[in-house]
Design a protein around this ligand. Structure first.
Ligand code: SAM
Length: 314
């Protein structure tokens, strides 16, 4: 058993606490989906938003937001999530095309990649999140008669406790290459949990595996309390992200992986805004300033030299 210091707002489902952030991201994806210039399409996203009473009055189209794109929450933050979805879609698809056939989504939330993306026929997607979040997701997708494009295996767990047994019992094979994603997850977890999670992924990931994750580098998160994004999220939909984020000093997970022999490249979201021509740009008092997207690969011994930098792969 690892450090189980309380995570803020321990509600199990999507209607409160950190689970509600899954609906925030789904709403952003719904808005992104219906834009003419969208970077990612998720036709299921708006159904999650409409199925949850807690967000009955949240928008699912940018036209439903009075100040539209200039709204810090549904404009800029949605651009951020839209870009993040696209970049990580691309990362996962590249990884399964090269070797991995097992995809593990840590803190999967309302991620519908198992349904949206064109996976190789023999791919398995493991979705790990709390039982209440996965139950809500299952109900909505069942009501839609949605069909996954890969074998999909929900694994209900609390990632603060031991989750390896649940994953391997669900069919994960540590001897075969895998690709892992921790999208919008680590900053909600206590620092020792993040360290343990990264160590555990390293232990379960054979050579040829890959991992992408998102971190926040800011030493003092509260410095951004008055930022437009945090203020709008708090005032418009009652989610106080700074309350939910863990405030302890963060581990250097990219450095830890490098020390274990992985390659890791670290990018700002803004790098990808420039590449895709859409996404957030830096602004004063910017709560996204410290966000980094990390792309790590565990090399095959024969290929230690010359691994591609993720940023150069597209
Ligand atoms: N990765 C998804 C996405 O980007 O759409 C969801 C991101 S949402 C911001 C954070 C997710 O992490 C929520 O679904 C929440 O339930 C999950 N999460 C947070 N702490 C967790 C924990 N201790 N165990 C399992 N899941 C957790």
């Amino acid at each position: 058993m690892i450090d189980t210091a309380p995570q803020h707002a321990d509600a199990e489902g999507v209607d409160a606490g950190v689970g509600l952030t899954a609906l925030l991201v789904a709403t952003a994806r719904a808005i992104e989906t219906h834009r003419p210039d969208s970077l990612a399409q998720d036709v299921y996203a708006e159904h999650f938003v409409r199925a949850a009473p807690v967000c009955a009055d949240w928008p699912v189209r940018i036209q439903q937001v009075p100040d539209g794109d200039s709204n810090p929450l549904w404009g800029r933050f949605s651009r951020y999530f839209g870009l993040r979805t696209r970049v990580l879609d691309d990362f996962l698809l590249r990884s399964v095309r090269t070797s991995a056939r097992q995809v593990v989504l840590l803190g999967a939330g309302l991620d519908t990649r198992a349904f949206r993306l064109d996976w190789p026929a023999d791919c398995v997607v493991f979705e790990m999140d709390r039982a209440g979040v996965l139950a809500f997701k299952h109900q909505v997708l069942t009501d839609l008669s949605a069909t996954p494009k890969a074998k999909r295996v929900p694994v209900p767990v609390d990632l603060r406790a031991d989750w390896v047994t649940a994953l391997t019992t669900a069919g994960f094979d540590p001897a075969a290459p895998s690709v892992w994603l921790a999208e919008g997850l680590l900053f909600y977890l206590p620092s020792p949990v993040e360290t343990h999670l990264i160590d555990t992924v390293d232990g379960l990931a054979t050579e040829g595996s890959a991992l992408a994750f998102e971190v926040k580098l800011e030493k003092d998160l509260l410095k951004y309390r008055t930022s437009a994004i945090y203020t709008a999220t708090r005032e418009q939909i009652g989610i106080d992200l700074l309350h939910l984020f863990d405030k302890g000093p963060r581990p250097d997970s990219a450095g830890a992986l490098t020390a274990k022999g992985w390659s890791a490249s670290v990018h700002t979201p803004f790098d990808f805004t420039h590449r895709h021509g859409r996404g957030p740009l830096p602004e004063p008092n910017d709560a996204l300033e410290g966000n980094r997207w990390v792309f790590a690969h565990k090399p095959r011994h024969a290929l230690v030299e010359g691994l591609p930098d993720e940023a150069e792969c597209e």
